[in-house]
Design a protein around this ligand. Structure first.
Ligand SMILES: [Fe+2]
Length: 286
């Protein structure tokens, strides 16, 4: 996601894109990608939604290591009309939304250092490409991402980004989806993290509750550690339908007068999959 107060670095285009400069990656950079990729590719089957595994083939390109965005975009374009473009890091909200609305996914072009395999605050190419691109190859999820970008542009004009940002956070980044075989991962923030890929499904600490758009948009989230709450969608089709069929203008007005919901709260109206112990968050706070 993005921040408001950012200055466009020298060398970036007006839309904040830069050349990926694939040839500038070092052998160590590529090795870091391969290590992360192999670890997640081993861990995720059975945990992640099958559509993600299908989309992973998109990343197995002709060159080893970090994907070349041109080659990746060519494949993605054929599948769903999306492209991946490089940016130096976080970009302003309006720029971010505009890219999504035009089926361009922005990715940091740098990769984390070998001593940062498990945690990095700013999204790097592994998070952005491994985490997000496989589902961009899925037609319904691809449409959802574009719809989100269009909604974001309207929200930015209306000055109500905060509530909509929660939708991105709790679906695109940290979403779970129901399946006959139990809950599965699909959020990029989870699937690109070795530790959260386990925590989000197996740990008794977090709540896991059914997706409810109004409720979700009132719920706070945390950016500094494992989530205390995950929202579970029924399907990508349902997520897209609800997003397209909601008139967000009146919804923002309705939410304006309502208080935020604390992260760990469970409401009587929630569909509760797991009532979390919140033990992990308590221990971290102690
Ligand atoms: Fe992300």
């Amino acid at each position: 996601m993005a921040q408001d107060i950012l200055t466009r670095p020298d060398g970036t285009a007006a839309d904040w894109t830069i050349p990926q400069d694939w040839d500038a990656y070092t052998a160590e950079d590529h090795a870091t990608w391969d290590t992360l990729f192999d670890r997640q590719a081993r861990l995720l089957p059975g945990r992640v939604t099958p559509e993600f595994i299908d989309g992973l083939d998109m990343l197995r390109l002709s060159k080893p290591g970090i994907p070349d965005f041109d080659e990746l975009s060519e494949r993605l374009m054929k599948a769903t009309g999306w492209q991946v473009v490089a940016v130096p890091g976080l970009v302003p909200d309006d720029v971010f939304f505009d890219h999504l609305a035009n089926r361009r996914f922005v990715s940091g072009n740098f990769i984390r250092r070998p001593d940062q395999l498990d945690y990095l605050q700013e999204p790097d190419v592994f998070h952005d490409v491994f985490g997000h691109v496989p589902l961009l190859a899925h037609p319904v999820f691809a449409d959802y991402m574009q719809a989100y970008g269009e909604g974001g542009r309207r929200a930015a004009q209306a000055g109500v980004i905060e509530k909509l940002a929660r939708l991105y956070w709790y679906t695109v980044e940290f979403g779970l989806v129901r399946s006959e075989g139990g809950l599965k991962l699909y959020g990029a923030g989870i699937v690109s993290s070795y530790t959260e890929s386990v925590f989000a499904l197996d740990d008794p600490s977090p709540n896991r509750i059914g997706f409810d758009l109004r409720r979700l948009m009132r719920t706070k989230y945390r950016i500094d550690d494992f989530q205390q709450n995950y929202f579970v969608i029924d399907s990508f089709e349902d997520l897209l339908d609800q997003t397209l069929n909601t008139d967000f203008g009146p919804l923002y007005a309705e939410l304006e007068g309502q208080e935020d919901i604390e992260i760990e709260a469970i409401l009587p109206t929630d569909h509760v999959y797991t009532r979390g112990t919140q033990r992990y968050a308590r221990e971290q706070a102690a």
